[in-house]
Write a protein that binds this ligand. Sequence first.
Ligand SMILES: [Zn+2]
Length: 127
Amino acid sequence: MAEVIDLERRKSAERRRKRARARRMAQAVASALSCGMCPRRCAHCGLPIDEPGLVPGDAPYPMCSPCLAEYRAYKRREAGDSTREAYWHTEQWEQMWRTWLEAMRASEEFRRSPEFLRLMQEHLDED
Ligand SMILES: [Zn+2]
């Protein structure tokens, strides 16, 4: 009898460990995607924004003034303006902005997917 109880206890502990692991995984997925979602922090560099809530029409995400200026410079370059406004506005700089914007868009799409919503419902609503 004691062996049966011990086995049940071990199975129950294993189930709890599996649930905790799945919950940590879901939290990691969710927190990786929450970057750029806070209206009080710059989506690009993470620093606090002076005037939160005021996202200019041409900014896709909340940004601090320096990052917004950089984003606008990137958009001008993307539109064909070849003027180099700062010495660091190189090919790599352009690639950095291009891939960051793509990553932000991909994150938004994933956040809206049924699979992501299911993951959140299954593991984050347990409290
Ligand atoms: Zn910034």
